[in-house]
Design a protein around this ligand. Sequence first.
Ligand code: SAM
Length: 392
Amino acid sequence: MTPSARIQAAIDLLDAIIASARDGGPAADTLIARYFKERRYAGSRDRRAVRNHVYDAIRRAGERPETGRAAMIGLAGERTEIAALFDGSAHAPLPIEPGEVGAAAGAVPGWIAPLIAEPVEQDALLGRAPVDLRVNRLKAEVAAVRPLLPEAEAVDGVSDALRLPEGFPVEQSTAWKDGLVEVQDAGSQLIVAACAARPGMMAIDLCAGAGGKTLALAAAMQGGGRLIAADTIRSRLARLEPRAQRAGATFIETLLLDQNHEARGLERLTGHADMVLVDAPCSGTGTWRRNPEARWRLTPARLDRLVAEQARILDFAAPLVAPGGALVYATCALTDREGRDQVDAFMSRNVGWTAEPADMPVGRAHGPGWLLTPGHDGTDGFFFARMRRKPS
Ligand SMILES: C[S@@+](CC[C@H](N)C(=O)[O-])C[C@H]1O[C@@H](n2cnc3c(N)ncnc32)[C@H](O)[C@@H]1O
């Protein structure tokens, strides 16, 4: 492909990504993979260049652009080498018309900017994310893994974390294939640390998904005790099984819950858990550096629905906790409605709970909980809080 044809390919892809964000379709990565599957003539350098153009244009535009061409013209306004490729040659975009305007630059959609927690550095939400690993203590110590991944660096304040450069193909490494490491953001690892899981505990990961945090809880429990991974989506829980096998975490039980009838499936566990983790569905504000087009999908109505669902999940999670046990609430969102205010509202709806300060070497206190942000901590963005149920 010529450099100009790569720009046109990026424009075509951006059109598909914009429509998909508007209509709730597949993620940008899926669309890019499909696009190149149908265009075998594109070599690896073409793919890399097109992908970079697409993500540069997505990162640059806080609001969802009208068209892919507008998104790329916006980028061209800041990069003359891209502007020069709108040359009208074969397979190239038509020249930029005088007065043709590109998409506006910005980090965050205007409607959500004022809702993001006050200390968050909004520009850093769209930076590039490294590949963080968690050393799986069920199989290895950090010191034993380091020589296997010499490119990896330690992460201050997160004992089992190693950090690799963006895009490092860790899944091709022996350490990953043998289950010595899992890909997991250092911030997620700190949430699991806040759960203070220990061998012999009865722990429930209530929104387990494919089990990223379940596996870390299993390692903290050293395979001893009872660990239940629950979710409402069967396909997500199914992805946990092979990961657990690879990690040697074979004591995990999975529990498929019926959406809106969760309490029924959880009834026999009432009052039994030493720790319940609610890693709630959320706006994903804190992971925009990994999925930058996700900010074009979010709407005020969707945020309202998420906030209501988080409150509902907290309310059916709380009765599971034994007296003296802990409820840990976490989101990868940075709006106060989903974090600080959600926990404050839970505490005012329920008596007999105390918020425990996290006091970690990374992050900062925020209301009843703890905030991690890309700008301040170099992790994905998270809010989490640990609430202790009064002993009986
Ligand atoms: C943020 S994701 C969890 C990520 C996962 N804990 C990890 O570390 O990889 C939120 C999960 O909550 C699940 N979920 C949504 N509504 C739920 C509900 N009512 N009860 C239980 N899980 C729910 C979603 O299916 C999704 O897998």
